[in-house]
Structure formats: structure tokens, C-alpha cells
Design a protein around this ligand. Sequence first.
Ligand code: DGL
Length: 267
Amino acid sequence: MKIGIFDSGLGGLIIAKSLIAKLPEYDYIYLGDTARVPYGNRSQKTIYQFTEEAIRFLFNRDCELIIVACNTASAEALRKIQQNYLIERFPRRKVLGVLIPAAEESVEKTQNKKIGVLATTSTANSGAFAREVKKLMPDSQVFEHAAPLLVPLIENNGIKWSVPILEEYLKPLLDKDIDTLILGCTHYPILKSEIGEIVGDKVKVISQDEVVPNKFKNYLSRHPEIDEKITKNSEREFCVTDLTESVDSLGKKLFGQDISFKLVSLN
Ligand code: DGL
């Protein structure tokens, strides 16, 4: 059986790349819902429906465990998937998200207990990061800020225009005196150096591509019963729900090498 990695589109390839680098022997299937991306400005109901379809697709493709690399889906759909859908439909399989690893890392790093989060509009409005951080550190203050222009900017070769936009998005968080910043969206690791320049040395930046692989490796070592079911032939399969030239070129940019995508349908 395999490890599934799901994202609304191609941003999750950044996490896929770092996971594969850390745990290369495992077999992976990546699914990007490129026909319906972005999820970040959609309603909770729609994000849940799309996520459930993706989870079903990956389990039917022999995944033992799925990592939801998409922060928006992790924020808006994961809890219901874990608490209802899995129990009813796939009681022995697992679905993990990317919010908790980042939340855990932020409480380890913060000293003044003021944590900022930059995310899509849906994720920021859901309050999911604040919920997870406060479970671990109830007296922390968590400030979530929506940054809706960043995903289209990254996807359309606009990184060169990102600095003034980032300054605008980061100012309200810096005004709150945060000492830790969670990058709460698949795409934002691409902007790590620009963000680091703006926030300066006093703010620790938590990037999921650095955090998730270590936490996941640790999870597998604590769950040998899951680990032994996952096949280890270094196989990779990359599926998308819409295939265009821009999928090919953005995929290459985010994953760092050419990818041969398969076009699939979730129905
Ligand atoms: N994958 C999404 C996330 O991490 C960003 C792209 C989208 O809005 O669908 O929140």
C-alpha cells in the first residue's frame, strides 16, 4: 500500500518533494485537484465535498494513509473526515493534515507566546490554526491573517512583485509583536527568503516543508503497524484532475524536476 498526498493543486508538490527527500524508499501517489484549484476562497461545504472526493479516490488507489498537504482542506475538512467519514467508510486507514505539525513547531519556538499565521482567506477565517496552537499552549495569542494575492502571484511568475504585497500582509502581524510566524499555505515556502527579509531575525519562520517530513518520520516510527503496510519500492505517481501546459511547467518549478502527470477523474 502507498502514501497518498493530496492538495487542491500543485503547491503540495513542495511538501511532496521534501517528504520524498526524507523518506525516499516509500511508494507515493500525489493527487492535485487542478481542475478546481483554488480552494482558498471557497465555502467550507464545498471544500469538504472536494476533499472527501479526493480522499475516496486515493483510498481506492490503495493508499494506507493520506497526508492532506493543503492547509485549506486541513483547516476546513480534516476534522469531519477523521471523525465521521473515516470511521464510517475506511475505519482502518489514516488521514493526517499539516496544521498540527506547524502548530507544534510554533509552540516549541515561541518565547513571547505571540504567534502569527499567514494563510488563504478560508484558512484564516476558519480559526483552525489558533485552535490547534491553543490546545498546546492555552495562554498563547494567535493572529491569523489572510493573504489571498500570494497564490496567484506565485502561480503566475509574479514573485518579483511580492515584496510590497508581503509587507502589507505582514505589517498587522508584526504590529502585534509576534516572535513566530507560521506559513499556513502550501505555496508560501517559495517566498521564505522574501518573508525572512521582511520579518527579520527576531521572528522565527515555520515552514511546513521543513517541519512535516520530520514529524511524519517520527509518526511512522511510533506506528510500526502502519509503517509495515506501506510498500517501499520508491514508486511515485502524480495525478491531476486537469492537465495543461501550465500544470507541466508549474509542476516542474515547484517539484524541482520534470513530472509525468496522469489525468484522472474523481467521480
Ligand atoms: N493548497 C492551498 C493551501 O495550502 C492553496 C491553494 C488554494 O487556495 O487552493 O491552503
